[in-house]
Design a protein around this ligand. Structure first.
Ligand SMILES: [Zn+2]
Length: 395
């Protein structure tokens, strides 16, 4: 692969660091060789290096979506769609969704529940260059209770032995992490309610311990306030949704919230780009309470990673920026929002080579018009996307 020198008005290596004005990134194959001032790198790069000059633009790390379902179609009834599709149809649709996500600047996704471990096949195809898309971390089949949330994906477990064998099956299929549905969820109205436990605390602990035996972390879907506390006690790596629901409404528990921060557990507060209609459906009072819980977690020192839940009803595969705009709208600074999109998810996902730009890191980067540190809308104007050094079309 040839070397490419990208120059732009500024380079953001990571959101907390000062941007390099008139900066440059030198890409060599899959990795970044150097980051510095344009003048300096231009001088050291010989004539054979391809120049990609981007005046008026910013170079920054590729975006990371911490919560997607490539197997779901974002329609009103993704459950039926995923159940009815043939293996080949579903694999083809997932490939197209992955390609669309990459075009919007998302260079890594964590898939938190698929069918037939199809994300693992796609992960391999993308990594080898046979398919175009973000790098994928795959949870494969989510563990759930009998009749529980998303049981139709095949991961129902009712005993400790069944927990062990399901995790072993996921590991054999190539899972990068384990997903557990610790509470009920909206997609499965016949199962436990959203605030209810699907597993006793002991079994949740077993899931975390068993995953750890294979060196894997656990992402726990948890809406209920009590369930979130169980997940924190069990030692999950990330809490998904974390919406603090109770039978009566929404109730943030400061003790649990602080424990999340202290233990270094990340929260993926999934919200789709279509959050305005979601909040509208919740009603004014609940929407306000929900937003309040996000701000209270932030005050408690909880670190967030951005996740769209792309694939569930209303959560499209091309509106990652819409999700970020929710957090900006409730008072997060652009720097905090960019951290949720880059360094935080990289850390939560255990990736040392993505989420920031520096020598030796993977060449996962985007070039946007303008400056996302002053205007997040710049992320809607992507000029170029590089994933593991491969340049692909921006949307
Ligand atoms: Zn989900």
């Amino acid at each position: 692969m040839t070397k490419v020198l990208i120059t732009a008005d500024r380079v953001i290596t990571k959101p907390a660091d000062p941007a390099i004005e008139d900066g440059a990134v030198l890409v060599d194959g899959e990795a970044i060789l150097a980051v510095g001032s344009a003048a300096e790198l231009d001088a050291v790069a010989d004539a054979s290096v391809t120049r990609l000059r981007c005046p008026g633009a910013t170079v920054m790390p590729g975006l990371i979506d911490g919560h997607v379902h490539l197997a779901f179609d974002a329609s009103e009834d993704p459950v039926r769609a995923v159940a009815q599709a043939s293996r080949d149809e579903l694999a083809g649709a997932m490939r197209a969704r992955a390609e669309r996500m990459l075009a919007t600047g998302v260079t890594t996704v964590r898939d938190l529940g698929d069918r037939d471990a199809l994300t693992v096949e796609l992960r391999t195809a993308i990594a080898s260059g046979a398919a175009v898309g973000p790098r994928i971390l795959a949870a494969t089949t989510p563990l759930t209770s009998r009749g529980g949330h998303c049981g139709f994906l095949g991961g129902e477990v009712a005993t400790d032995d069944e927990v062990r064998s399901q995790i072993a099956r996921n590991v054999a299929a190539g899972a990068d992490l384990i997903k557990v549905m610790a509470s009920g969820g909206a997609l499965t109205p016949t199962g436990p309610r959203m605030w209810e436990r699907q597993f006793p605390p002991d079994r949740l602990k077993l899931i975390v311990d068993e995953a750890a035996r294979y060196g894997l972390g656990v992402a726990a879907h948890a809406h209920g306030t009590d369930v979130i506390a169980d997940c924190v006690a069990a030692g999950v790596r990330t809490v998904e949704h974390c919406s603090w629901r109770t039978v009566d409404g929404i109730s943030h528990d400061p003790r649990t919230s602080r424990a999340i921060a202290e233990k270094g557990i990340f929260v993926c507060r999934c919200i789709s780009g279509d959050w305005k209609s979601f909040l509208g459906r919740l009603g004014e009072e609940r929407a306000k309470a929900m937003t309040e819980t996000v701000l209270r977690m932030r005050d408690d020192g909880v670190r967030f990673l951005a996740g769209t839940d792309a694939g569930v009803p209303g959560a499209r595969f091309d509106d990652y920026v819409g999700t970020l705009e929710f957090f900006a709208g409730v008072g997060f600074s652009p720097r905090e929002v960019l951290e949720m999109a880059t360094v935080n998810p990289a850390e939560a996902l255990g990736s040392r080579s993505t989420g920031a730009l520096g020598p030796g890191m993977s060449a996962d980067l985007i070039v946007t018009d303008g400056n996302p540190l002053t205007d997040l809308g710049a992320l809607r104007k992507i000029r170029h996307v590089f994933a593991a050094g491969r340049r692909s079309a921006a949307s």
